[in-house]
Ligand binder design. Structure first.
Ligand SMILES: Cc1cc2nc3c(=O)[nH]c(=O)nc-3n(C[C@H](O)[C@H](O)[C@H](O)COP(=O)(O)OP(=O)(O)OC[C@H]3O[C@@H](n4cnc5c(N)ncnc54)[C@H](O)[C@@H]3O)c2cc1C
Ligand code: SF4
Length: 494
């Protein structure tokens, strides 16, 4: 008779059946540790703490006698009390990675299994990356499509093209909401009630406010959320994925980042569901491709580059941005903000720890870039305040994509725009006290004026880049530039 395998210790972001009930793990008991020290250390959005605890407790409940759920101060203290060492899957942050390796040396962890939450293994990425000196997502994404045979007809992309971005950039329609079916919403239960009561009693400085649970925390819930998205919402995902609507915070987005990042869903299952919908003509190829690009492309790319870049990638600050985050931004004080687009994004973060991709990039990120906020502080802000925020997802998204602080390793140019583009892609400006067309005066849009002051500050760098050279010549044609710069230096009202 073979010996019983070591129990498997699961982190809070490793909760899916493809992990705890994989062939390798099905005979293992499961250990889940609720660490008070970790909760205090990573005090972020209140609703994020709720999702993590709710997810772990629901899994313990579901697994019954197979699971041992322990509440303790620190992970090590709890592991020391167990009868023997545990196996663990590679965690998702460098700090946790180093920690489990130390536990391995100490004998508290017997085996470190590969990370189970992404389609491509780290070894395979390393082989691919070895051939590249700069990184462009498109090359990686095409490789992923081929490697996993997704939306492929033989060795050619289905439909004859890899990329449908040109069909996926519609401005918002005229009506106030997109008018698609609602996403799947969870129903809270007694476990959520207990989590809420426990969080209330903890002396932790959470950010944001409490609110109803909005995201899936069990595999069953995640399956419903995925199915609802594929059947009712994916068709409109593509065309409007770059738009913002003031009265429709979900639009056609999937709301799957939380269950994906808790590893409740296998990313390939998600991708296959979208592919099947396109193959069966339920949705256009453009919508399915646009969505698959997010999961098989961006999500995997961001994960692998987190490990590929050295740990000091997060200290990159090539635009010398050193401004501290203002108090109203740090405190998610949306009511202190006049700019509709910015206030709406901040209130979304405060009220639910989530806004979709475009407010993250085109509003919050662009504002921070224009105002020169310290990228490291900004990275910590995103990690703490978003319910889907984890260490691994931030460096590339914030330091690279949104702040260009890596000098262009990730993106060919800084991502920022004036109010005209926000006006085109959102319906915020009509209700705003600022005027997107104005760069000077009391009602000058902070994004329009901020765009020119950003261009002025970085003109040497921008003039050397083919993609931004015109921006500098346009700036040089402004007859009121000095006044705009003076105004922005003094700006207090956003
Ligand atoms: C500044 C900034 C910060 C971000 N912070 C996070 C974060 O903390 N956690 C997070 O999961 N995503 C983050 N993203 C990526 C993206 O904005 C979110 O994944 C997405 O908005 C989540 O909503 P959704 O599930 O409805 O996504 P959808 O729009 O429906 O997209 C589908 C899925 O694609 C994946 N995805 C798409 N783009 C990215 C990306 N750039 N990086 C990683 N995954 C991606 C997500 O898993 C997402 O669920 C960030 C992007 C920016 C620009
Ligand atoms: S006018 Fe400017 S600040 Fe106001 S919503 Fe439009 S882009 Fe935002």
């Amino acid at each position: 008779m073979s010996a019983r395998p070591a129990p498997l210790w699961l982190f809070a972001d490793q909760l899916g059946p493809h992990i705890h009930s994989s062939d390798k793990n099905i005979d293992r008991d499961i250990v889940l540790i609720e660490s008070a020290a970790a909760l205090h250390r990573r005090a972020g959005h209140r609703q994020k703490a709720h999702l993590l605890l709710s997810g772990m407790r629901h899994l313990a409940d579901e697994l019954g006698d197979r699971a041992r759920y322990v509440r303790g101060v620190g992970y090590r203290d709890v592991l020391q009390e167990l009868p023997g060492p545990v196996a663990v899957h590679e965690p998702t942050s460098r700090a946790a990675h180093d920690f489990v390796h130390r536990l391995h040396e100490e004998g508290l962890v017997s085996e470190i299994l590969p990370n189970p939450s992404f389609a491509l293994s780290r070894d395979e990425f390393a082989q691919w990356a070895g051939e590249h000196s700069t990184f462009r997502m498109e090359a990686f994404y095409r490789r992923q499509r081929t490697r996993f045979d997704v939306l492929m007809d033989g060795d050619q992309p289905a439909g004859g093209t890899w990329n449908y971005d040109h069909e996926n950039r519609e401005p918002p329609p005229k009506q106030r909401t997109l008018g698609v079916d609602d996403p799947w919403w969870p129903e809270e239960d007694a476990i959520d009630d207990a989590v809420r009561a426990d969080l209330d009693s903890m002396d932790v400085p959470w950010s944001g406010v409490d609110g109803p649970r909005l995201f899936a925390v069990t595999a069953d819930e995640a399956g419903h959320a995925l199915r609802t998205f594929i059947d009712h919402r994916l068709a409109t995902f593509g065309p409007y994925e770059d738009a913002i609507m003031a009265d429709d915070w979900t639009m056609s987005h999937s709301l799957l980042s939380v269950p994906l990042n808790l590893s409740l869903l296998d990313p390939l299952d998600v991708v296959h569901a979208a592919e099947q919908a396109a193959r069966e003509d339920q949705v256009s190829l453009a919508s399915a491709e646009g969505f698959i690009r997010q999961i098989l492309g961006w999500r995997e790319y961001v994960w692998h580059l987190y490990w590929h870049f050295e740990s000091d990638y997060v200290t990159n600050n090539r635009l010398d941005a050193t401004a501290p985050l203002p108090e109203w931004f740090r405190d998610l004080d949306a009511d202190a903000v006049t700019a509709r687009c910015l206030s709406d994004a901040l209130s979304g973060v405060r009220n639910r720890g989530w806004v979709h991709h475009i407010p993250r990039l085109m509003v919050l990120g662009s504002h921070a870039l224009q105002r020169g906020y310290d990228p490291r502080e900004l990275t910590a802000w995103f990690t703490a305040n978003f319910v889907d925020g984890y260490e691994w997802v931030m460096p590339v998204n914030v330091v690279g994509m949104s702040q260009h602080a890596d000098g262009g390793l990730m993106a060919t140019k800084p991502y920022t725009s004036g109010g005209a583009y926000i006006n085109k892609m959102s319906n915020h400006c009509g209700d705003c006290e600022f005027d997107p067309k104005k760069r000077l005066g009391d009602d000058a849009c902070p994004f329009t004026a901020g765009y020119w002051s950003f261009t002025h500050k970085h003109q040497d760098r921008l003039a050397r880049n083919n993609r931004t050279r015109r921006q500098v010549s346009n700036m040089n044609r402004l007859n009121d530039l000095e006044a705009v710069l003076e105004q922005e230096r003094e700006r207090e009202r956003f």
